[in-house]
Design a protein around this ligand. Sequence first.
Ligand SMILES: *Cc1c(COP(=O)(O)O)cnc(C)c1O
Length: 462
Amino acid sequence: MRYISTRGQAPALSFEEAMLTGLARDGGLYVPETIPTLSRDAIAALHGQSYEETAFTVMRPFIGDTFTDDEFREIIGRAYAGFNHGARAPLVQLAPGHFLLELFHGPTLAFKDFAMQLIGQMFQAALARRGDRVTIVGATSGDTGSAAIEAFRGLANVDVFILYPHGRVSDVQRRQMTTPAEANVHALAVDGDFDDCQARLKDMFNDFVFRDGVRLAGVNSINWGRVLAQVVYYFSAAVSLGAPDREVSFTVPTGNFGDIFAGYIARRMGLPIRDLVVATNQNDILDRCLRGQGYHKTQVHPSISPSMDIQVSSNFERALFDAYGRDGNAVAQLMGELGQGGFDVSQGAMQVLQDTYKSGRASEQETTATIAMARRTMGELLCPHSAVGVKVAEEQRDPAVPMVTLATAHPAKFPDAVEAATGHRPDLPPHMSDLFDRPERFKRIGNDLGALKTHIKENLSV
Ligand SMILES: *Cc1c(COP(=O)(O)O)cnc(C)c1O
């Protein structure tokens, strides 16, 4: 299995190389050259399997000879051992025909643990065999950073530096990043906003001397290994609702388009998914684009679902690549136009996108009203991101096809929004109840590429 870049100019890589690299050197994203499929019988055989067994079957065709079957089973086992629910991704019923897939039972209470815990274990195994080390640098608006630190803390051969905007993440998110005591964890509070953090990260990847010198690796959501890990729960959910004999639809609260793109891969692998619904908050660039209005950046308006406050949806590039018939030159040109503010999608590509994805949006008021309604009539406490999904799903679902909405974070991660909507302040689960008593450790640093590079070079622990 080879991986190719969406911009057509970088060399094709193996799974291992694509995972350890993250971003392609032509600025593109890696995608599999071909999508493997699972037969109806293979999907039917997933009935009654554990999450880990399903994960092995779904991901095995993508990893080539990077790991032996035994190694890969062990990696998967270690990745999900720290989850607080035996099913890992349990389904609960909200209403007749509407289900919630709870993806927040991992160590940092957001769905990003599914991918980050797995790639932490995959990195460790691959680096140990190669006798190599890497420096992981990530930018975060909150959830990616805490999930990455949790996954890589204390692992050999890896340093992890996370850039977060000083004063602009929630207390829970910050403490999840600043309280781990391991020497390979480095939380950097940057004087700037999230876009500044992401821009400095891109600068580091484009500085090939620095990139090669510290063996820079990226684990943000464009890493193919993360997308792959997320394909698994589409299978586990659909199979428990009757696949392959019955179709299922999914609604996905979306920011960087990684999670919903994993659903598209599941469908391409043969899972009978009827609708894939993109749900956005008031930052609705994806909804507008999918309605045929082109992809044009505006300002980010901070919302109560901050992990979806985004204008440059990185993984959308993968969807465009397929919609443009895998024409890397066309994608490179669109991304160039995006640097100038935006682009229009060709008629042919738009048709493909609209045949593949549906979309909807939720305003702030609608999100709050949905949190309140779900508590009242469904007995479920939703985080604001999940509420965006539930609102859009209720609008779009066909009563004849089961709808699964992805619940992307635990309500206790966003207690202010939940309390404002319901009057009820959700408690942190027991394993995190002392979070506010642990000492914090972080480095405050300017929004300055030179200062960041120097700090990283001087603070490597391995
Ligand atoms: C990251 C995140 C999202 C958006 O996921 P994408 O893969 O970026 O579309 C939604 N909800 C929560 C809670 C998140 O942390």
